[in-house]
Write a protein that binds this ligand. Structure first.
Ligand code: GCW
Length: 685
């Protein structure tokens, strides 16, 4: 039975003898022109992959020596430069004898090897092949929110894969499989630890452990980064302050950075969450974010490393609008960051909700390279029990037009640097990976890891095509089943939105754990963490007015975007309650009143989980039985919880709307008190 461990790198035998023979003819050997660990990894991967797919042994040679019918791996910097491949781009083409995989550096050849395997796995023809591919984003990173004690913040797939207590002597073979999976989709960086950072990893005791992980990832072109705890100079260095302008603090970081590079010469750099959710930072000393980021950039000096400074900040102000918080702190700093600094911005202004408008910082800081941060772990999207394929969510953000430099200034083009002419660019995905046998808990979660890598490489890819590509490699070779699965995946995110937060509702989930519905939450540790702060339900209507009559957060966007979202009559219903407080009886563009539309979406969303179940049942003959049963079981939970969300939200909002459900919807059979008890159970300690 398929336990999911092999992810999309299964390389199972091609059963159809016709196509298998065609591939066999062009894969009689692999020749590799070079000795590096990366080229060796590329040759090994091809060998393993092709032997599995073709059922024949494929020798690895150091020279093709005039032989025909093989695959030749060669670094060719001059040709790569001529073809504009950049450092990571690859080219695969057939010459008269062989299939050539080439690029500027060995890691580009490795990417080409994985691309060729993908080509074969998805049964594309090789004859006359000529493809080249260049990543649009330079730094394609996973961010692990893993703690040194082995727990994972917001992780739903078991404990951390990083076994700090065993390292560096024991090096889990799993690290190599992790590296292979990442390299196969072009991910080239990993921040190993949580942004709520423990100082532990920076100690002389732990750095060799980090170095051991880096050693496994290095052949696969993956650089290791660390999240840093701002007050480390105090905690580890015994200094009285962590003020970035203090010479001793600067010296401490400089020495620490040099120490890291002595042990890990290709260390990637630092990720920082500062003055956010209780973390220390430069503001503790009256300094601003740029002072902090620049101090670290100076500490990096001539080392080839980056500072990724997060823009996820907000203050507890029940009268203010959290939507505007990052803009208020960061807009004045545009142009003040050193070249080694990237500012890392979440896709939306609040916090990884099921649907958010794009973050208003995109397009608004032309002199600062902005990284896009998306969340692959499903903190607000049903943990590991709800099937939510995230590529449509990520694409919705990437494709949004900021109008920063006129029409077509999409978030994708801001992030890849083309709008503001930045040469450095990055995308980060908060990993959904844990020590579960299948890595991601929900088998469908693997598709999110996969899709993130593919989109960071090429944000123009189509999300449904990525789903099909993933399903083809991971779940089934049957073309009809692949299509059914791709269709199903493509719908999952909008279904999830409908039964949890339709019409632009947001942040109404269970307090703290972020699981299940809790729109009635009125008091919380923080005034801007309550649900009523976000949905603003009253006897008149529902939604957060962010127009000029309200918080005016809309003014953070360019006029074209304000036009798109500023009018409650013309805004797309999907974004309505993000920006408008709408009367319950107001008729929407859908033809229904707000109340009726809200109920309709909650009901159709929950019903659609039944549709997902039927679609999944239909592919049963084509999918491994154990894996199929696993997903089917999770879909059952998902349906139960979709009804929970539906009933909770409809019953709660009804206390304000004071209207019956529109026909033909049957009212929930349980009471509000009954559903409220459910979330209380999950929150019991
Ligand atoms: C790592 O902390 C997280 C926190 O657990 C999470 O609830 C919130 O989404 O975002 C924070 C962040 O992104 O910093």
């Amino acid at each position: 039975a398929d336990d999911g461990y092999r992810l999309w790198l299964k390389y199972d035998l091609i059963r159809d003898a016709g196509p298998r023979r065609q591939y066999q003819q062009v894969a009689q050997f692999i020749s590799v022109g070079g000795q590096s660990a990366t080229l060796k990894a590329a040759a090994e991967e091809l060998q393993t992959g092709l032997q599995g797919l073709l059922g024949q042994s494929v020798p690895v040679l150091s020279d093709a020596k005039g032989r025909k019918g093989g695959i030749v791996l060669q670094v060719d910097a001059a040709a790569a430069d001529k073809a504009g491949l950049g450092p990571d781009g690859y080219r695969i083409y057939a010459d008269k004898q062989n299939l050539i995989i080439t690029g500027r550096r060995d890691v580009a050849v490795l990417y080409g090897a994985f691309a060729l395997l993908r080509h074969v796995t998805t049964r594309q023809p090789l004859s006359g092949l000529s493809i080249s591919s260049v990543p649009k984003i330079r730094h394609r990173l996973l961010n692990h929110w893993d703690n040194p004690n082995g727990t994972v913040e917001r992780g739903y797939a078991g404990s951390s894969i990083w076994k700090w207590y065993e390292l560096p002597e024991v090096v889990d073979p799993r690290y190599r499989d992790y590296a292979r999976a990442n390299a196969s989709v072009g991910i080239n960086g990993a921040v190993l630890n949580n942004v709520n950072a423990s100082p532990r990893l920076l100690t002389a005791e732990y750095l060799p452990k980090v170095a051991a992980v880096a050693g496994v990832l290095r052949p696969y072109g993956i650089r290791v980064y660390l999240s840093v705890f701002w007050a480390a100079p105090k905690v580890l260095g015994g200094l009285p302050t962590a003020d970035p302008l203090d010479p001793q603090v600067q010296q401490w970081w400089k020495a620490k950075t040099d120490e890291i590079y002595r042990i890990i010469p290709d260390f990637g750099g630092f990720l920082v969450k500062a003055n956010s959710e209780g973390e220390p930072g430069p503001q503790d000393y009256g300094r601003h974010h740029a002072d902090g980021a620049n101090m670290l950039a100076t500490a990096l000096g001539t080392h080839d490393g980056l500072v990724m400074w997060r823009a996820f900040v907000y203050k507890a102000d029940p009268k203010g609008d959290r939507f505007k918080a990052a803009s208020e702190e960061f807009l004045p700093l545009d142009g003040k960051f050193q070249p080694k600094v990237l500012v890392q911005v979440k896709n939306g202004p609040i916090d990884f909700q099921a649907r958010e408008p794009f973050h208003p910082l995109f397009g608004a800081m032309p002199r600062t390279p902005l990284m896009l941060e998306v969340q692959l772990t499903q903190e607000y999207l049903g943990f590991a029990t709800h099937a939510v394929y995230l590529a449509p969510l990520i694409k919705e953000c990437l494709d949004s037009d900021t109008y920063a430099q006129g029409k077509g200034s999409t978030v994708a083009r801001v992030v890849d640097g083309s709008v503001d002419k930045h040469s450095v660019s990055g995308m980060a995905g908060v990993a959904n990976i844990g020590a579960d046998r299948n890595w991601t808990g929900h088998p469908i979660g693997q598709a999110n890891w996969y899709a993130f890598g593919r989109l960071a490489w090429d944000h123009a890819l189509d999300s449904k095509a990525i789903a099909a590509e993933w399903a083809r490699q991971t779940l089934t070779t049957d073309p009809a089943a692949v299509q059914t699965i791709a269709d199903l995946l493509q719908q999952t995110r909008s279904i999830y939105v409908r039964y949890t937060t339709p019409l632009g509702l947001h942040h109404i989930m269970g307090e703290g754990i972020h699981y299940g519905p809790q729109p009635w939450l009125e008091r919380s540790a923080r005034p801007d963490w309550t649900a009523i702060y976000y949905h603003r339900a009253d006897s008149v209507g529902l939604g957060f007015d962010r127009t000029a009559k309200g918080s005016n957060a809309l003014a953070l966007y360019k006029p074209e975007v304000q036009n798109l979202w500023g009018n409650a009559q013309t805004i797309a219903p999907d974004y309505l309650l993000w920006f408008h407080h709408v009367p319950w009886r107001q008729r929407l563009s859908t033809g229904r009143t707000l109340w009726d539309e809200l109920c309709t979406r909650y009901y159709s969303g929950a019903d659609s989980v039944r549709w997902l179940q039927r679609q999944w049942a239909a592919v049963q003959p084509s999918v491994d039985p154990a894996l199929h049963a696993d997903v089917a079981a999770r879909l059952q939970t998902q349906h139960k919880e979709a009804l929970w969300w539906r009933d909770a939200c409809v019953l709660y909002f009804q206390t304000y709307a004071r209207r019956p459900l529109p026909a033909p919807l049957a009212p929930p059979t349980r009471t509000l008190a009954e559903v409220q008890r459910l979330v209380d159970i999950y929150q019991l300690r």
